[in-house]
Design a binder for this molecule. Structure first.
Ligand code: NAD
Ligand code: LMR
Ligand code: MG
Length: 570
């Protein structure tokens, strides 16, 4: 009789594994016989991706790969991040979410329903991985700029956590994509027979708050120290306020966006030639991202010498009803009040166009979900008023971007300082190749998560978030700065994440919320080495497993029943 053995994990089916490892993992005979080099594996993957025409088909192929050969997936993504990020994340992830229930083939992540309240902890117990360090959680109610997608929003936690693994080396099995099935306001989905969530209307804000209270307890009891990232909630402000001092959590749409845009704005303001005190920023969109970004920039302007009131007055926020003012006649949502204008002399400006003409801004920021809202006329005027207008159309996915890179360049005669949320291609203009900045949160959240996990911070303070932004702005190399780039080259993102994580660790130490004693006295060089050594590197995974099997295999016999652990967690 043969002894029972635990089932292989997805990484165990890697065709780079030697015969000894396959025997040890009990996968010998379950994968084709060839022991393959990374180059061979990669060539096959790239061929299969190239064969598929539509980005969504490439996305689905890549999802399948992640579920069957996780380390190969991450080797591919890490080595080809510039090409892969748009496939596993924005813009393709938007389409993946819209079609999530239609395309469903395999379980990914965890779903918790409103009906599970009262026993959320027992649902959480079903997650098979014991050492979760980070979760991205959404209720699907504002997925990118696509609206309420209910549980179809699962693509976002899955995609963001894939970026955590690829960009900051959190181990794949330490990540938990989590979607809350709290009903959806999306009638079309509720009536779609293939929709896989509850067919009820969205629960009330009070019901959601109570549900989240229970969830936070369940998550932290099962995995003490877990980092909880809130993502794409329609109204995330109450949850952030309620939990930020109590749990190790942050809201990426408010804080991550604030940090990443601040990182780019610092460089843009420097290059614009306009002094901080003379900056005038029109924000189209006054939601979580808009207000999060504006608040972060206020902090920067204050550090540059402005009083809080002077800094606050540099902003004009525009929502569906027009310029946000004190005397507009509607009850302003609480998060907008801080930026509400009192100097409009009774006049209300109803459209973005009117506000732009009234303010003549130096900065035009788009976080509105309104694709194409920055018209050629506005862009032309921005170039008339400014030597270097700052144009940031940040709504995702690409179809919701307030303008394209091409239009921004064309209508400002190549003068604008540009960053978008979703990627645009390079462009030739007047014989020069221009590269658009991508002001996407992926430059900061992986480093925020890594720094928080490594410092074992009890909470994520505002100073840690601010440090992620300044670290990002310092991470540009001289050749990137000299080309006028606002963000580093995307292929360097693992290095950038190390810089961001170190800034976050230092800020955690300064705030006294860190618990990792061993790094307290380390200088920067030593800390950097320590951080890098803790990061999961898919490139080294095959070798690591070979070594582990050699060690364990010796004591258990090559086909031994005791299985080596899945690698040291961070
Ligand atoms: N760095 C990034 O790439 C990044 C980060 C976060 C959010 N975003 C994008 O920003 C957008 C907004 O996100 P959010 O979290 O603030 O959403 P939200 O729902 O909280 O806010 C949207 C805001 O846009 C305004 N708006 C909507 N339609 C409008 C219209 N027709 N005219 C004027 N204003 C209108 C709303 O009033 C609201 O103030 C999304 O598309 C999201 O993908 C991008
Ligand atoms: O981080 C991102 O890529 C996007 C952002 O969180 C968003 O909601 O659009
Ligand atoms: Mg988001």
């Amino acid at each position: 009789m043969t002894a029972a053995h635990p089932p292989p994990a997805t990484g165990d089916y890697d065709t780079s594994h030697s015969t000894a490892v396959r025997r040890y993992n009990h996968t010998y005979g379950l994968v084709p016989p060839a022991v393959e080099s990374l180059e061979t594996q990669e060539a096959r993957c790239l061929k299969q991706i190239a064969r598929r025409e539509k980005p969504i088909d490439k996305y689905l192929y890549l999802s399948g790969l992640r579920n069957t050969n996780v380390h190969l997936f991450y080797r591919l993504v890490t080595r080809h991040l510039k090409d892969m990020a748009p496939l596993i994340y924005t813009p393709t992830v938007g389409e993946a979410c819209l079609e999530w229930s239609n395309n469903y083939v395999q379980p990914e992540g965890m779903y918790i329903s409103y009906a599970d309240r009262g026993h959320i902890a027992s649902v959480v117990q079903n997650w098979p991985e014991p050492n979760v360090q980070i979760t991205v959680v959404t209720d699907g109610s504002r997925i990118l700029g696509l609206g309420d997608l209910g549980i179809n929003g699962m693509g976002i936690p899955v995609g963001k956590l894939a970026l955590y693994v690829a960009c900051s080396g959190i181990r794949p099995e330490a990540t938990l994509p989590l979607t809350l099935d709290l009903g959806t306001g999306n009638k079309e989905y509720r009536e779609d027979p293939l929709y896989m969530g509850s067919r009820r209307d969205k629960v009330t804000a009070e019901e959601e708050a109570e549900f989240l209270d229970e969830l936070m307890v369940a998550l932290t009891e099962k995995w003490p120290g877990i980092v909880i990232q809130f993502e794409d909630f329609k109204n995330p402000f109450p949850a952030l306020e309620r939990y930020q001092g109590k749990y190790t959590c942050f809201n990426d749409d408010i804080q991550g966006t604030g940090a990443v845009i601040l990182g780019g704005i610092v460089s843009a303001v420097r290059q614009s030639g306009t002094a901080v005190k003379d900056q005038r920023a029109v924000f189209f969109g006054a939601g979580s991202a808009g207000v999060g970004v504006a608040k972060q920039i206020v902090e920067y302007f204050m550090r540059e010498g402005l009083t809080e009131d002077e800094a606050r007055k540099c902003f004009w926020l525009v929502d569906t009803k027009g310029l946000v003012t004190n005397d507009r006649g509607d009850k302003l949502a609480e998060h907008k009040v801080y930026f509400s204008r009192d100097d409009n002399e009774g006049k209300q400006y109803k459209t973005l166009e009117e506000v732009v003409d009234h303010v003549q801004p130096t900065i035009l920021m788009g976080l509105s979900t309104m694709g194409g809202a920055f018209t050629p006329d506005m862009l032309t005027k921005m170039a008339k008023w400014n030597d270097r207008p700052i144009i940031f159309p940040l709504s995702n996915p690409s179809s919701k971007s307030e303008c394209t890179f091409e239009d921004a360049i064309k209508y400002t005669n190549g003068k604008c300082l540009f960053a978008s949320g979703s990627p645009f291609d390079d462009l030739e203009y007047n014989g020069k190749i221009l590269t658009p900045g991508q002001g996407n949160n992926m430059y900061v959240f992986p480093g925020i998560g890594l720094g928080t996990i490594l410092s074992q911070a009890t909470t994520i303070t505002q100073t840690m978030i601010y440090a992620s932004a300044t670290s990002l702005s310092h991470s540009l190399l001289p050749n990137e700065t000299s080309q006028g780039w606002l963000y580093p080259e995307i292929g360097r993102i693992r290095d950038v994440s190390v810089v961001v994580a170190m800034g976050v660790i230092r800020a955690a130490q300064k705030a006294g919320v860190d618990r990792e004693q061993s790094i307290k006295g380390m200088g920067d060089e030593e800390l950097e080495k320590w951080v890098r050594a803790k990061m999961y590197d898919p490139m080294e995974e095959t070798e690591r497993v070979e070594k582990e099997v050699k060690t364990f295999g010796m004591s258990n016999g090559v086909n031994g029943t005791a299985k080596a652990g899945r690698g040291s967690h961070l």
